[in-house]
Design a protein around this ligand. Structure first.
Ligand SMILES: [Zn+2]
Length: 225
């Protein structure tokens, strides 16, 4: 795969080997339930079987397909993957993204370009990796980095729905994207305000946004289809 930078590929490979080695010689608490054994036990692995679900967010509605519900084991694994450096959890998350993508491209006559949500340089530096791009690589999916953050908003997690929308508005810009047919990619969709801002930015730069795919979706009673 020519789109994989050698250093990142080597790091992925090293993380996978380390995970395999841990399973062999050093039983660890399961990230999902704490049982000692492999990093994700067989019971928890079963709950990570993707069940893609489509939601519509915003107006005009943006279809967002997600592979997993963001709760229980899926939430614990995704948080460990994002915040604790547990990149060996990439494969089940990549499988969830692929299942979402399979549903999202149904009926499209040409493959879309996958555009990941941008991370701040600081968060990528602090983690040592960009979680969304690692999942894309693990899934073997090429992507195009069209989006840039153009100012630092407040942390979305501490805000309500209306505040999130106001905080996200105008926070991104896109490289020129005339002719591009785009599916946005993120790890988790909550209210959708980040994806809607990304869609606005891509459209403003001349691109067409077909929808979005995410690894997981917070369960939302009112908009779930
Ligand atoms: Zn478990």
């Amino acid at each position: 795969m020519t789109d994989i930078p050698p250093r990142a590929a080597i790091r992925d490979r090293a993380a996978a080997l380390l995970g395999a080695l841990q399973e062999l010689v050093l039983p660890v608490p399961c990230t999902g339930c704490g049982a000692i054994g492999p990093p994700i036990c067989s019971d928890c692995r079963l709950t990570l079987a993707p069940e893609p679900v489509q939601r519509l967010v915003g107006a005009p509605p943006l279809p967002v397909v997600s592979g997993l519900a963001y709760d229980g084991v899926a939430r614990a694994v995704l948080l460990a993957f994002k915040n604790d450096g547990r990149t060996e959890h990439g494969p089940p998350l990549a499988a969830a993204l692929l299942s979402a993508l399979a549903l999202a491209v149904q009926g499209l006559d040409a493959p879309p370009e996958l555009v990941p949500m941008p991370s701040t340089i600081r968060s990528t530096r602090d983690r040592g990796y960009d979680p969304v791009r690692v999942v894309l690589r693990r899934a073997g999916l090429p992507s195009r980095r069209l989006l840039r953050l153009q100012r630092r908003g407040a942390d979305q997690r501490e805000l309500g729905r209306a505040e999130r929308q106001a905080n996200a508005a105008g926070s991104m810009r896109s490289l020129p994207s005339a002719g591009a047919r785009v599916l946005l990619v993120d790890d988790v969709v909550t209210t959708g305000s980040t994806l809607l801002e990304a869609a606005r930015a891509v459209r403003a730069a001349g691109g067409t946004v077909l929808g979005a795919v995410t690894v997981a979706s917070t369960p939302v009673r009112s908009v779930r289809s």
